[in-house]
Write a protein that binds this ligand. Sequence first.
Ligand SMILES: Cc1ncc(COP(=O)(O)O)c(C=O)c1O
Length: 423
Amino acid sequence: MAKLAITGGPKAVEESLEHPWPVFDEREKQALIEVLESGKWGRSGFDYYNHGDSQLWQFERAFADFHDGAYALAVSTGTTALEACLRVVGVEAGCEVIVPAMTYIASASCVLMCNGVPVFADVDPRNYTIDPAAVEAAITPRTRAVIAVDFCGMPCDTDALGEICRRHDVALISDCSHAHGGQWRDRGVGSHADMAAFSCMPAKVLAIGEAGVIMTDSEELYQEAFRYHHAGRERGYESPGHTWPATTLRLSEFEAAIGLVALTRLAEQVRTRDRNARYLADGMADIPGLSGLEIDERVTRWNPYRWCFRFHSDEFGGVHRDVSREALVAEGIRCGIGPTKPLYTFSMFASGRWGETGCPVRCPLYEGEMDYTKVHCPEAERIHETEALDLFHTFLLGPAEKMDRILDVFRKLRDNVDELRSL
Ligand SMILES: Cc1ncc(COP(=O)(O)O)c(C=O)c1O
């Protein structure tokens, strides 16, 4: 008789083990109504954004404080936050920016949007974040910045990356879109880099609607970012200036109001996710063929957006990772293949075509050579094809008893590996 749900046996989990997401209560509703009735809906055209009582100003202050940064600037999305960071540190035609092979597309497409050339570096198989040795090997005289993505919420080794960047005089940009509230050596993610970008779109661990945040300790970089997000204007309506050809990336007071309330829940959510993420990783130790990512001891707070774990087919009866994923889904555990495929394999890179000219890669201002069809990052490819699995962060907000039930489903699969192999 079939034991696994995928072969017609009983399902291990009938009700969802996930916490509803995004969360809100009366406080968000009240905050939105207050903004509506105030008539102060956004930054443009008014000078109240310079005052402490605007939602944006308060949200930015609270966000920076939570992450141990000096300045935060709310913008329209995580993608535009990244693009603004690159503009501000001087990425333009002819520049290269090193990015991890395994991340969301925005961490690389932002480089193209600034007319720079993304150079892909492989990831560390122990924790799926960009490998500092691969970064060092990819640096050329054209490198202007490195984008370190706290992939799936795991903080990067910003000690090693910061040292490499300082030595080569290139900017370190943290993409913390998966890691809000996490800490590296007791300081907030993003605060170890020259600039940091966060996405706050609805699925993220700090969900606001559509939004992004830029963070930096440098007043100069902050002022530049402010100008870039505000049509090239300085802070203050009195000084339109238009000193820089820029764009408009302003966020409205509505999202900022939601963000302010969401931030009041973040500390508790981070504590819960951190505890559960470590509990699951420890609990896997007795399941042959599964293992959690390695957690560096300098990761002092961990808030995974996607909780990645590793599937080792050779220790799991030779079953393919994808079959196991389908079996987990059939048992009632919504499980994904965490990392995206290596970005250079997407057609936008492989075809090498951006408009008629081929800029910025085929551009007289670019003195390097880049053919993305020849790029090969073996770890990112192997991890994507055979190893990675993940659970969405909503699984990590429950009590320990739910984590035990997740582990029981993993054990059920392992105990019935012969049935799985027959598929
Ligand atoms: C790692 C990473 N960087 C950047 C972004 C871009 O954020 P947004 O969708 O808010 O533009 C995302 C969004 O999913 C992301 O996962």
